[in-house]
Design a protein around this ligand. Sequence first.
Ligand SMILES: [Zn+2]
Length: 446
Amino acid sequence: MTAINYVGVKFGGAVQVFLTFIKIFSVLLVIGVAFLAPSAAHGADPVWPAAVNGGLLTAFLAALAAALWAYDGWEDLNLVGSEVKNPQRNFPLALVGGVGLVAIIYLLFSAACLRVLPFSAAASSEHIASDVVEHASGHGAAIWITLAMVISATGTPETQPAAHNTPTAAAKLKIYISVDMEGIAGVVTSDQLGPTGFEYERFRRFMTNETLAAIQAAKESGATEIVVSDSHGNGQNLLIDLFPKDVRVVRSWPRHGGMMAGLDSTFDAAMYVGYHASTTNPHGVRAHTFSSAHLARVALNGNAVSEGEFNTAYAGFFNVPVIFASGDDAAMAELKSRLPILETAETKKSLGFHSAETLTPEASCEKISIAAKAAISHLHEAKPYLVKPPITLEITFKNYTPAEALSYLHSIQRVDSHTIRFIAKDMPEAQDFIDFLDLYNPDMTP
Ligand SMILES: [Zn+2]
């Protein structure tokens, strides 16, 4: 069955439906044979043995325990959930209908067996179906039934859900990881954040290690392809020689897609490492949105957003859910207020714009690993975050003249002294607009 699932879940499903049909057909055949056969000479053997130690209830529970023990399929329900169309309607139908049908067939089968075989023979039989048929119709029929049972047993439903979200199956799991630096454990000032800072080289390593923790967690959870984007400062912070060789790294600017460059609809999920709070948040280490030097507010359809929320809306355009983020407490609280299903790893508590009570780099990596794994294990619950197009993008500058200059473009409205408004048809266009603002400078060379 695993080999058949490898070919594809649809094909595996079809094979399983066929095998299940053979199974039910065989069981119904045994029931039919048993009821059509002349009633056994032993007559009406009592269905319930005369002596049961501990009474009826004990015997019933003993029989039930064996049946429940044998079937652990319930725990596969959440895996199956992601394969089923309209699970809210179809799951209850399948559970009630399926269990009911199996119960009816099981009772009929038991009655058929007891009609043909004496109770003692039924109790000691190792292959009750073939014994019943042999008793009623002879040896040839018994062989046929045994064969049918063997074929159908290979199609038990437990082998089916392995085709999704588990590393053993051939399923692809493509993960995008966007990495910023302000939310990395220990980062508090510009001394850690750029090439002129005295601690930058060490903190590049810590940033790389937190990214590696997320990569490793993704791989251990079955990720088959990982793209990482270096999305801080010059976009050249991550030490790429420390990465596993099957990971690809997006570096430097400008690039379409900004902090999510390279993301498209082939990805299954996205994650954030080292993210920070927005420029409108009064808390959070180095809180800003896209440009700490130039922007005082960025809003989508009237809501002020963080980089994390903006990027999540961008991923939503490609139908990709964001499932995990790490950063300081203010950044995580801000993201979770908009994306309740997100798994987060808090790397530090912000005590101010330039101060924090932080985890050590090692403790932070451990926390990221645990939360990233939890995120992938709930991947089937994650939903893309959709901002309704057309997108009204509002940008408030820290200075007066950028807003005045942009108002000369007729596609742009000036909302107030420091704020402009641009209507984008979708998130990629909004992203390009932000990137243009960040990029453009009349003195650009080469
Ligand atoms: Zn940032």
